[in-house]
Design a protein around this ligand. Sequence first.
Ligand SMILES: [Zn+2]
Length: 207
Amino acid sequence: MSQSFVAPLAALIEAFQQLPGVGPKTAQRYAFYMLQASEEKTHRLIAGLQDAKAHVHECTHCHQWSVTSPCGICTDVQRSDTILCVVEAPQDVYALERTQAFKGKYHVLGGVLSPMDGIGPDTLNIRTLLDRVQALCQTHGNQAIEVLFALPPSTQGEMTSLYMARQLKPYEVKVTRIAYGLPVGGDLDYADQLTLSRALEGRQLLL
Ligand SMILES: [Zn+2]
C-alpha cells in the first residue's frame, strides 16, 4: 500500500487517485510512469495543466468552458438566439457540436438534480438559465423561444427536465426534450453522431 512508498511518491499516487475512474493500481502505474518520463513529457503535462487552469474559464452566459466570456458560441451571430439547448455538462456541448445538427445556443446546468447526493436546484445553473430566457422573451417574444432539454436519459435527468419545465411555465415558452433513442444511463458524450442527430430531430414537446 502507499505507506511503503517514499513521501513524494505517495503524494503523487494520491494526486492521481483524485482523478475520476482512477483506482490505487492505476494511480501507481501513472506515478511510476511519470517518474521515468523524459523532462519534455513531464514539462508538457505540467504546462498543459497550468495553461488550462489559467486560461479556461466558464462563460458567464452559458457556463461552457472558454478562454473568453461570453464564449465563441454565445457571440456567434450565425447561430439562432431563440433556441437554447440545456445540457448537463460542458462535454455534452462538444458531443452535440460534433453532430452539426444544432444551430442554437447552449446552457450548461452543471449537473442534474440528485437529492441523494445533495444536488438540489441551488447547486445548478438554473438562475442564469431563467434570466437568459426572460431576456430572450423580452427581445424576441415568448412564442419565439424554445428551450430544448438534452439531459441524460436517467431518472435524475428526467426528474431535472420535468422540474425545469415547471420553472419555465410562467415564461410561456416552448419546452422540448430530445427523443430517446439514446441508451438509458449513457452519457450524451458516448452516443454516436447519428443517434444524437436523430434525437435532436425527433425532439418532443415537454410543455
Ligand atoms: Zn457562452
